[in-house]
Ligand binder design. Structure first.
Ligand SMILES: Cc1cc2nc3c(=O)[nH]c(=O)nc-3n(C[C@H](O)[C@H](O)[C@H](O)COP(=O)(O)OP(=O)(O)OC[C@H]3O[C@@H](n4cnc5c(N)ncnc54)[C@H](O)[C@@H]3O)c2cc1C
Length: 310
């Protein structure tokens, strides 16, 4: 039986991506999935997990030294075959630290998994996205990876009778002191938005208009790398291989050609509307609806229509 450990941080999109990655690896094998995390990041009641382990309340979410020590002890007790972390700021610190103490390898930022018999190939962008590396672990230790949010999704709907336990075996006290805290200004993440109004080279000069449409549709604005590289918007809203992977219900692509690198960032999008002056642009072959024409005219017409309806 394959034993899998997932580290949860209370972010649903991350959690579904981790579960989807598990399902890809062990779909036809006997397996047991355990989720671990600090209080308030874990589901309650019956869930998609066989077991949920709550970490001792005294350990803080930022204390990667103590968390690592605890996860090491957990692994020594249960000998997991696979350990997965979200490719989040915390996961990117915690996972390599744990891989070192467990004497195993780690593949960071996994965006795809290919299973060939018993061999699991982990795919991740390399050299700033210039190639997709397929990596096989030859280590005897657990298979470890950090998984990008939004690249996998769980198909599982069957809730299990989850067993709840807690784990308190940290031996050393914390070596990290919290000196002061500052409130972070709230900034929304494009990965959390159900509707994205995304702009590319075709709307470079009129990018501000996208915000008007986003406002009335309760959406967020994202962009192709062309717009980011032109300095019009910040990289944090870039969709694609070297940007973020998004899974909104609706993706409105305005003046975006649909390069391979851009499409790489669209996973499990329900509906794509492509507005482009060139109906043969690659994005149009992916889109549910293609509007051939000027994207700025499209925004104006849609805004007028919405205003009239409201
Ligand atoms: C290593 C590497 C990583 C990369 N990573 C990413 C990434 O993460 N994300 C990403 O997006 N790109 C990425 N790129 C860049 C990618 O290859 C393309 O250059 C980029 O996606 C092009 O952006 P675009 O389609 O918005 O712009 P363009 O290529 O300029 O396309 C503009 C489109 O708008 C249409 N158009 C023009 N005028 C109008 C108008 N008035 N109304 C409507 N349509 C109009 C055109 O027909 C065209 O289809 C990467 C490239 C490399 C080499």
């Amino acid at each position: 039986m394959k034993k899998i450990l997932l580290y949860l941080e209370g972010n649903r999109a991350q959690e579904l991506s981790l579960l989807g990655a598990c399902e890809r690896m062990v779909e036809h094998q006997d397996h047991r999935i355990t989720a671990v995390g600090i209080k308030d990041t874990l589901p309650s009641g019956n869930s998609l997990y066989d077991e949920i382990i709550q970490i001792d309340d005294s350990i803080k979410a930022y204390d990667t030294l103590q968390l690592c020590e605890l996860l090491e002890q957990l692994h020594l007790k249960h000998s997991y075959d696979i350990i997965l972390f979200p490719a989040s700021p915390l996961g990117r610190i915690l996972a390599p630290r744990l891989a070192i103490v467990l004497h195993t390898g780690l593949v960071a930022d996994v965006t795809d998994i290919v299973v060939n018999g018993d061999v699991i190939e982990m795919v991740r962008p390399a050299y700033s996205g210039k190639l997709m590396a397929q990596i096989i672990s030859t280590s005897k230790g657990p298979l470890m990876m950090t998984v990008r949010s939004g690249v996998f999704t769980s198909k599982s709907t069957m809730l299990k009778e989850t067993q709840y336990t807690s784990f308190n075996s940290v031996t050393q006290g914390s070596k990290i002191s919290l000196l002061e805290t500052h409130d972070k200004p709230s900034s929304k993440d494009i990965r959390d938005s159900k509707v994205l109004i995304s702009g590319g080279g075709g709307v470079l000069e009129h990018f501000d208009r996208l915000h008007e449409l986003a406002f009335v549709l309760n959406a967020q604005v994202s962009a192709s790398r062309r717009v980011v590289d032109s300095g019009v918007v910040q990289r944090k809203i870039q969709v694609g291989q070297s940007g973020k992977t998004v899974s909104p219900k609706l993706y409105i692509a305005l003046g975006i050609s649909g390069s391979v690198q851009h499409i790489e960032g669209l996973k499990n999008v329900e509906t794509i509307i492509a507005v482009n002056t060139n109906k043969h642009a690659p994005i149009c072959s992916l889109a549910t609806i293609v509007v051939e024409g000027d994207a700025v005219a499209f925004i104006e017409k849609l805004l007028n229509k919405i205003k009239i309806t409201v």
